[in-house]
Ligand binder design. Sequence first.
Ligand code: GRF
Length: 207
Amino acid sequence: MTRDRLPIAVLVSGTGTNLQALLDTVHGREAQVMAVVSSVAGVPALARARARDVPTAVFARADYPDRDARDRALADWLQERGARLVVLAGYMELLGETFLARFPGAVINVHPSLLPAFPGLGAIGQALAYGVKVFGVTIHFVDAGVDTGSVILQRAVELPNARTPEDVLAVLRPLEHELLACTVALFAAGRLRVDPDNPRRTIVDRL
Ligand code: GRF
């Protein structure tokens, strides 16, 4: 572990292509993935972490009496591993104030829509059903709402003829990977800050 690599944890629930993108780009450079946590046992994302010798754990909601207890145990485990940034990469659980207070201003999420349009589950399906022509990706800080935290980076893409979620996903996935890695590098470099004139707005100091 090198002094100037930001220790990060990645929370997943499934395939883990965003985790893989972080392992292939910022890991061992700007950041060090110290821990990968899944809400579901046996998912491919856990195997991706193990393949790079990153410690893994499963924190299933059903193993705790309530979400608060799960949040406390999860935050303890991540802090024991020294995580200073928590990246939600396809993590399908909500985290409460108990968890967020343990990592203030240091939890980020990747979402496959241009927020505030289409928050929550099935964002791409929601966008297709609405009939939009422009899709996109948002990386945002996490607050206690559903995809309501301050926007960090967004990228839009015109797909006027998209018909299926697969059409859209094929275009958005690589954008997610690029923007998420970029955000981790910006955070590690201390280049994200709150706009003093508008606390909802994150200022990005580009290199
Ligand atoms: C991504 O599309 C992300 O935006 C959404 O869940 C998906 C996770 O994909 N929240 P992966 O597990 O990183 O491949």
